[in-house]
Ligand binder design. Structure first.
Ligand code: ARG
Length: 591
């Protein structure tokens, strides 16, 4: 169905034409003076020069033509030339009714849906997930869900860091501790054990130690480089050990992401494109894009219009080893071959912006992608602690994701237990509910900010039941659920309810907020901006709560009117639940 602003602009355009002016002047927007009107049109002001008339005269002409409009209950010309508009209750009702019947509340599907690969998460094997990975996972998941809902085909790829030097470091660390392991016996030709010889917790201890040591001990570093080389070049024992690292880490990562309600379609990583690199490099050389500079193989990517220096994109190091760039370029090549996407979206910390600029330019220059294919980098800001510095543990270490999630759950549990209402809950129930609500606190706290900005992780604010928070949104949904439950207890049916015209201002305001869903969704998808969904669902929660305070629902004596109120809150609940699903969390039955 058409978006409400389109319908209103159409009606307004007709009035402009009927009064002898250009219909295009009839663009209607949401009022920025809600105390005066619901919608407004500034077309009379825009047309004044062209028609050599005072804006108020044009506005008067147009308002006259709207005197018996079925769309506007009121269209008033106001100095210096505004058209202040109020909707007819009947028209609004029709729009809400249509929305409630159409799939996706009448959201129009794109004429040409896009195929989009979304590269997010980006965990590194054998390294614990930290809060930076949290942002990528939360934002990427939401962007994927939003684009999918808007009608595009989306493929989410976790793109693990599972290749290169970190793997060499871990293997070297393991070898120092267990030189006797069969994996290090290069003459061995038999089968390797099926079970991994370590746990994920052990692995995660090895990496930081090995990484620190390589910075001080050149001999250790040289060994790690050699082991990286052996792994990449297919030495059996190294590959077998790496496979264990991969399997153990993936199982652990899947568990972590499941807890966050984050799901990937593809579990690919840098290692998956290893075989593609030699041909890609050969072609770049052959076609003259790549050349040797100070021993390394590079592609120039600077352009005449650059205002800052964009360094060349390095394809191979002087020792011939592949880099982060190399695997990213080969991954673009693979994605084009396997999926022919219209667009690839990358979700990482904004500090990787220059890096991706180089990669994108290189991919275009070397014709890995067609000119019309979009490569989009969505960089996000840092999550800071209350001191405004990157979030750390109390003793100053890097905050592990699991710890952060657990802290949020604990705080939520404390708050839920504090609430008197929950005294009758069992221990288990309180735990389950606080886990669900904690996820909303964490995700909404992140997603409600503009992604590219830094934000402060304020656990107290995020877990609050009041204000612009996840728990407040869930609380509102739970409130609707409980009204519906009581209504059913009173014997009310929720089948075939008929919506009636709004009976008071807060009901009308709720309906108007509902009708903004489509415009919001389209903008959120076009701008890949989950914060739009947050801002909308917050408005909707406020509109619902205001309406609830003004309108007795369960005490309503007129059965038809009560059914209409129930239908309205059911629609509100459906839309709110759709929104939180797009943000990647859900609501409990009670809280
Ligand atoms: N593993 C990387 C990191 O931790 C993120 C990967 C992002 N995706 C990509 N295609 N480079 O920084």
């Amino acid at each position: 169905m058409k978006k409400i602003l389109e319908m209103l602009s159409e009606e307004m355009g007709k009035a402009f034409e009927a009064a002898g002016y250009d219909g295009a002047l009839g663009r209607v927007t949401i009022s920025n003076r809600p105390d005066l009107c619901e919608y407004q049109c500034n077309g009379a002001m825009a047309g004044a020069k062209r028609y050599k008339k005072a804006p108020i005269a044009i506005a008067d002409d147009v308002a006259e033509k709207l005197a018996d409009s079925e769309v506007f209950q009121e269209a008033a010309a106001a100095a210096p030339g505004f058209l202040n508009l109020k909707l007819s209750g009947k028209f609004l009702l029709d729009v809400v009714k249509t929305m409630s019947k159409e799939p996706k509340f009448g959201l129009e599907m794109p004429e040409k849906p896009k195929k989009i690969v979304i590269d997010y998460g980006g965990p590194n094997l054998a390294k614990p997930l930290h809060v930076g990975h949290l942002r990528s996972a939360i934002l990427g998941e939401s962007v994927k869900r939003i684009c999918r809902y808007a009608g595009h085909e989306c493929i989410g790829d976790v793109h693990m860091g599972d290749w290169g030097m970190p793997m060499g470091l871990v293997i070297t660390g393991l070898k120092e501790q267990h030189p006797e392991w069969v994996y290090f016996n290069e003459g061995y030709e038999g089968e390797y054990p099926v079970e991994p010889p370590f746990t994920v917790a052990e692995l995660e201890e090895i990496y930081p130690a090995a990484s620190a040591r390589s910075k001080e001990d050149p001999e250790f570093k040289a060994k790690a480089m050699e082991n990286t080389y052996k792994l990449q070049n297919g030495v059996r024992g190294h590959r077998a050990l790496w496979k264990h690292i991969l399997n153990a880490s993936v199982a652990d990562l899947k568990k972590n992401y499941r807890n966050l309600n984050v799901e990937f379609d593809l579990w690919k990583g840098e290692s998956d494109v290893h075989e593609l690199i030699p041909d890609m490099v050969a072609e770049m050389k052959e076609k003259g894009y790549a050349y040797i500079s100070e021993g390394a193989l590079v592609v120039d990517v600077k352009e005449d219009t650059d205002t800052k220096e964009i360094p060349p994109c390095m394809i191979l190091k002087s020792d011939g080893a592949a880099l982060y760039n190399t695997t990213d370029l080969a991954t673009i090549m693979e994605r084009v071959r396997l999926y022919q996407p219209d667009e690839i979206i990358y979700m990482t910390d904004k500090r990787q912006e220059l890096y991706f600029e180089q990669v994108f330019r290189c991919a275009r220059k070397t014709k890995l992608v067609k000119p019309e294919m979009q490569l989009k980098f969505l960089g996000f800001g840092t999550m800071n602690g209350s001191d405004g510095k990157p979030f750390k543990t109390r003793d100053g270490g890097v905050m592990r994701l699991e710890k952060l999630v657990q802290d949020t759950k604990d705080e939520m549990y404390r708050k839920i237990r504090e609430g008197r209402k929950c005294l009758e809950m069992s221990e288990q129930e309180a735990k389950e509910i606080s886990d669900i609500v904690a996820l909303s606190a964490l995700k909404y706290g992140d997603l409600s900010n503009q992604a590219s900005k830094d934000y402060i992780f304020d656990i107290d604010k995020f877990t609050s039941f009041e204000g612009d928070t996840g728990p407040y949104i869930l609380y509102t949904i739970v409130r609707i659920k409980s009204i519906l439950a009581k209504y059913r207890e009173q014997g009310g049916s929720t089948e075939a309810l008929e919506l009636l015209e709004a009976g008071n201002a807060s009901e009308k305001a709720l309906e108007m907020t509902l009708t903004q869903f489509n415009t919001m969704m389209q903008n959120a998808a076009e701008e890949t901006a989950p914060q739009r969904v947050c801002a909308y669902v917050y408005d909707l929660a406020n509109a619902l709560n205001h309406f609830y305070h003004e309108t007795p629902i369960l005490k309503e004596e007129d059965a038809g009117r009560q059914q209409s109120l129930i239908a309205l809150i059911m629609l509100t609940k459906d839309i709110m639940e759709t929104c939180i699903d797009l943000l990647g969390f859900s609501a409990p039955e009670k809280m």
